[in-house]
Write a new protein. Structure first.
Length: 493
């Protein structure tokens, strides 16, 4: 029976890892212009075709090509970082990136907080609804539910029209919600909508009307104090407009010149898609690389630091000194009472305002370590208290000090008791690392999300990355069982 079970597991492993074995290594998506010059860090989604998306392991799209052309003209060296759209402005505010190139629409609210280049794209908003819907204008959205990215310009347009907005990360997710009838409509850029419809052939939704008559202008977004960068970007865009480069890039993607306000109606042919197997095969290797470079090291380092901190906090928590126990209680309460995502945002985006700026990996390590310490401290405290009082008394009778008793008697016994719940914390930590894309780290889940935004093969890609996480968690569980067996050998019954 054991051999048969192992055979089934081996078959499952082979079935999912086969694409990995057939796929070659993918190059990291890096952008750049000249070898010299100032480095400019560009923030973008990488999941917003045709403007910013990953194809064949390479970051590409209309905005990406425009940004590279600007860098060539201005003499910049570019480094692209990818994150959720809702995290891009936080990254800009905290100085993690220098510019956002992601079809940022210029509006009064944003102009009050950010500096913009001259526009390089003009587009209009459209309303998308399920076929047969009676929605036609913005007025019809009153009391309806729309799906939008939380910080996008179109989200505010929908709210101003009286709609209730449900937040999503990608247009494809919003389109699926409309098709299933879970929301009533979407307000978005007409070019992005055309690209989605042309690529997927989705016949359940359609463009039902314009989102007002205004033409939106999209530009590069900078911090307000980066006057020099804005000036250099404007000069580069003017030169690219004059020599026809912007027109060439625009016509390549849209068969029209969207870099000017009256450049014609955009036409999007979409992207030729392969089978779901092709998507899984092409994404398997980059996702595994991200697992080995980000998830596993981040889990190991964060758990080790968090566990050491948890022991110290647990000892402070059970101390008779209020100067130790009260701060420990507050720490545990604060960590357990706030979401991990919020803790990541505080460490990565808020600390720089206090002069503490950590690289992405260190920021993620700090946030995850703090989270582990907060939860594991109570586990360790419970294990310490579970050691019978007689053990302390027996150690005292042979002259052992409190410190020696703790180190030689109490902690070893508490460790055996704490192994199962601490292993559960470790397994949870592996899965929690899927949130680190908000601090500009490309973890396996982010790799799969980027691939799915282009191929729209969400189910097979998510199953694949889920399998990766499951394998790691299963191996950790096996290690836990082995450790428990070894520790139980020294327990008398």
């Amino acid at each position: 029976m054991r051999r048969r079970s192992m055979g089934v597991l081996a078959g499952l492993v082979l079935a999912v890892l086969a694409p990995l074995l057939l796929a070659g290594p993918a190059q990291a998506a890096e952008g750049g212009a000249d070898e010299g010059g100032r480095e400019v860090v560009v923030g973008t989604e990488g999941t917003y075709p045709p403007f910013s998306f990953n194809e064949g392991g390479e970051l590409t799209g209309y905005d990406i090509e425009v940004m590279k052309a600007v860098a060539d003209e201005a003499g910049w060296r570019l480094r692209f970082v990818q994150s959720q759209f809702d995290a891009l402005f936080g990254a800009l505010d905290s100085g993690r990136i220098d510019v956002i190139a992601n079809q940022i629409t210029v509006n009064p609210e944003r102009e009050a907080n950010y500096a913009f280049s001259t526009p390089y794209t003009y587009s209009r908003g459209v309303i998308v609804a399920k076929k047969g819907s009676d929605i036609r204008t913005l007025a019809d959205l009153e009391g309806k539910v729309t799906a939008q990215s939380a910080t996008s310009n179109w989200s505010q347009v929908a709210k101003d029209a009286g709609a209730r907005v449900e937040n999503v990360e990608q247009f494809a997710q919003a389109a699926d919600l409309v098709a299933r009838g879970r929301v009533d409509a979407i307000v978005n850029d007409n070019i992005a909508v055309l690209d989605y419809l042309a690529t997927t052939g989705d016949d359940q939704i359609e463009v039902v009307g314009d989102a007002g008559e205004e033409v939106g202008a999209q530009a590069l977004a900078f911090r307000q104090d980066d006057d020099a960068l804005v000036r250099e970007a404007d000069q580069a865009l003017d030169a690219l407009r004059a020599d026809g480069t912007l027109t060439t890039i625009s016509e390549k993607y849209f068969k029209a010149d969207v870099s000017v306000e009256d450049g014609g109606d955009a036409e999007v042919a979409g992207r030729a898609g392969g089978s779901w197997w092709d998507s899984v095969r092409d994404t398997a290797w980059p996702a595994l690389v991200a697992l080995l470079k980000i998830t596993i090291p981040l889990t190991a380092v964060s758990f080790a630091i968090g566990l050491v901190a948890a022991v110290l906090i647990a000892l402070a928590r059970i101390s008779s000194s209020r100067l130790l126990s009260w701060p420990a209680r507050f720490f545990i309460s604060a960590v357990r009472g706030t979401p991990l995502l919020l803790q990541l945002f505080v460490v990565f985006f808020a600390l720089p305002t206090l002069g503490v700026e950590l690289p992405s990996f260190l920021a993620a390590t700090l946030a995850l370590s703090v989270n582990v310490a907060g939860y594991a401290a109570e586990t360790v405290r419970g294990a310490l208290l579970a050691v019978p009082a007689g053990q302390h008394e027996a150690a005292a009778t042979i002259g052992m000090s409190r410190a020696l008793t703790l180190r030689r008697v109490v902690l070893p016994q508490a460790a055996r008791i704490a192994v199962p719940p601490l292993s559960n914390t470790l397994v949870s930590l592996v899965k929690d690392t899927s949130l680190v894309s908000v601090v500009l780290l490309t973890d396996p889940f982010r790799v799969v999300t980027q691939a799915a935004s282009v191929s729209f093969d969400y189910l097979p890609l998510f199953v694949m990355v889920g399998f990766y996480y499951w394998v790691i968690c299963t191996l950790l569980t096996a290690a836990q069982n082995r450790l428990e067996t070894r520790l139980n050998r020294y327990v008398t019954t």
